[in-house]
Design a protein around this ligand. Sequence first.
Ligand code: NDP
Length: 295
Amino acid sequence: MAAEIIDGKAFAAALRLRIADAVPAFEAATGRVPGLAVVLVGDDPASAVYVASKGKATLAAGMASFEHRLSADVTQAELEGLLAQLNTDETVDGILLQLPLPAHLDEQAAVATIDPDKDVDGLTPVSAGRLALGIPGMVPCTPHGCLLLLQDRLGDLSGKDAVVIGRSILVGKPMAALLLGANCTVTMAHSRTKDLPDLVRRADIVVAAVGRPEMVRGDWIKPGAIVIDVGINRLAPADGAAKGRLVGDVAYEEAGAVATAITPVPGGVGPMTIACLLRNTLVAAHRRAGLSDPE
Ligand code: NDP
């Protein structure tokens, strides 16, 4: 492996420390700590694990964590009622609705009821609009984490050719908007893109957010490129193993032999997501209190 391994775990740990360091000053100025409310509907085990780790990280940063668990058969009106109540709760700075929701609920309508100033996941139409217009708002956590890792490695991204593979609302689209905002020349690829390997070969920066194990091969990568692998895919268990290995959307060893730097899976982008969620909560708290953004 010739490439530098981008240590997202260490970067995220340092970011979380900086966030925790900023909480006492906020408390001194306002008489309270920032608060994050997480809403979980139903009992999907993976979602329950995510919610628990978000709550733990929030408390570890010295912030208040409010967890709301609703039963799987909650009505749309009940869910939106809770979100409306959290919108007006002065102790709540950030609201996160854990997705996916059970099939009978309208996800888009529920997300749209969240106050954009408390939308720490950056998923409301207003947040997406602010990002597209380049005005301050809440930026989705995973792509924001990717941008921080790229800026840490490269400094100014101006003029870089970036290819984003995947166009989801959660990752691909906001990632492209952030890279454009950082003056990259951005190409967005998706399942209908023609000649994807050729397109990727032109990129200085490759962000893969597809959900297909090891789809991006080493010979797609331009020598010297930086590869950010957002994908989290669990392979089928090897003989006798209880669980399969986690891999990204990029063939790590192959791409690492050509790239100049690459994020591993796990330990790359993943840890940045929660760190950026805490950062968004801190920023939302400052803005709501009329304070300038923390460093
Ligand atoms: P989605 O399924 O919502 O989107 C996948 C995107 O990949 C779509 O735009 C799809 O195109 C595109 N795609 C699918 N097949 C191909 C192909 N053969 N060639 C090119 N593009 C293709 O996924 P998410 O964006 O939510 O997540 C992507 C990955 O990132 C997943 O592995 C997920 O687990 C992971 N993830 C990791 C996070 C982290 O914290 N590290 C956070 C969020 C996600 P089309 O639109 O045409 O269908």
